[in-house]
Structure formats: structure tokens, C-alpha cells
Design a protein. Structure first.
Length: 173
């Protein structure tokens, strides 16, 4: 046999192995797996985010890549600010600049990072940016008061715990 022939047999064997393994997975459903973790309730309902676009999210309905309670609590906590980007799969929310009505020469921007699928004290991280308008009417970066990010994180965590408690209470009744 030539070297070309051996390579061809190897390729054919690998293709056959791939097809056999693919066919073997055809009848698998996650409900059959006793070790499968039950998904947390989705913020977007039983069908998940897929329902918003009219397609099926799958048998589990889990679409959000991060903890749904932290996601929802984050959106509700910063709802007074305009949202620039919200990525439920990556767990990132980026706001646009916001100026409080009581201090129009000051503006803030937040980046919210949800760090996993579990509701934990270290599951959310906030980056706060602040700018002040200088005498030349230009925005200039300014220091953020110490503890601002931590206070927002605590507010989100508290709201997430309340949402989780409400969901568990509703499910048991």
C-alpha cells in the first residue's frame, strides 16, 4: 500500500467515526441525563430570549448565559440611565452617559459585568466613570467618589436576592 492509500483510509475511518458518534447523539435529550443541572428561570419567560424572535430556545428554555436574577436586578437598578449595550449571553451592560438633573455639569457612565451563572456576592462587578464640564465647556474625566461602585453592586445583589426569593415563593404556592 502506498502512503497516499494509508492517508485515505485514515481519513475515511475518521469520517466514519465522526458520523457514528453524530448518529449516536441523535436521540439524546437533556431530560434523560440524571446529572444535568436544572436551569434557572429565564428573565424572558419559559421560551427565553428566542421567543422574542419567534424561534425555539430548546427544551430547557435557557438562553441567558449568566444568572437571570443578577441580570434582571442589574437592569432594574440602573434603569434610570440610558442603556448603550446589553449582552445577556456575555453578561455585560454598558450605559450611555447620564447627567443627573440636579448637577448638569457632571455625568456618569456604568459598565456592569455579571460574572457567572450563580447568585453570589462576587457575581457582579461595576466600573463607574465620571466626567465634569470644564470652563471651556469640554467634558473632562474626574475621580469617582470612593465606594460608588461597591454601593451599586450591593444594590444589585440585594435586588437579585429579593427577585430570587419572590420567584421561589411563587413556585412553592
Amino acid at each position: 500500500m502506498t502512503t497516499f492509500g494509508r492517508k485515505s483510509w485514515l481519513k475515511a475511518g475518521l469520517c466514519a467515526l465522526f458520523l457514528v458518534s453524530l448518529v449516536g447523539c441523535e436521540n439524546y435529550t437533556p431530560e434523560q441525563d440524571p446529572l444535568a443541572e436544572k436551569p434557572e428561570p429565564s428573565f424572558f419567560g419559559d421560551g427565553g430570549l428566542g421567543n422574542l424572535f419567534g424561534n425555539d430556545a430548546g427544551p430547557t428554555g435557557a438562553v441567558i448565559g449568566v444568572n437571570s436574577f443578577l441580570w434582571r436586578a442589574s437592569l432594574e437598578t440602573i434603569s434610570f440611565m440610558p442603556i448603550n449595550t446589553a449582552d445577556a449571553f456575555g453578561g455585560v451592560i454598558i450605559t450611555d452617559w447620564y447627567s443627573p438633573s440636579e448637577s448638569p455639569r457632571e455625568r456618569f457612565k456604568l459598565n456592569v459585568y455579571i460574572l457567572g451563572r450563580t447568585l453570589r456576592a462576587d457575581g457582579v462587578k461595576i466600573a463607574v466613570f465620571r466626567q465634569l464640564r470644564d470652563p471651556g465647556d469640554q467634558w473632562a474625566d474626574a475621580n469617582v467618589p470612593t465606594g460608588t461602585g461597591s454601593k451599586i453592586e450591593e444594590s444589585i445583589l440585594t435586588k437579585a436576592r429579593i427577585l430570587r426569593h419572590q420567584t421561589l415563593t411563587t413556585q412553592t404556592n
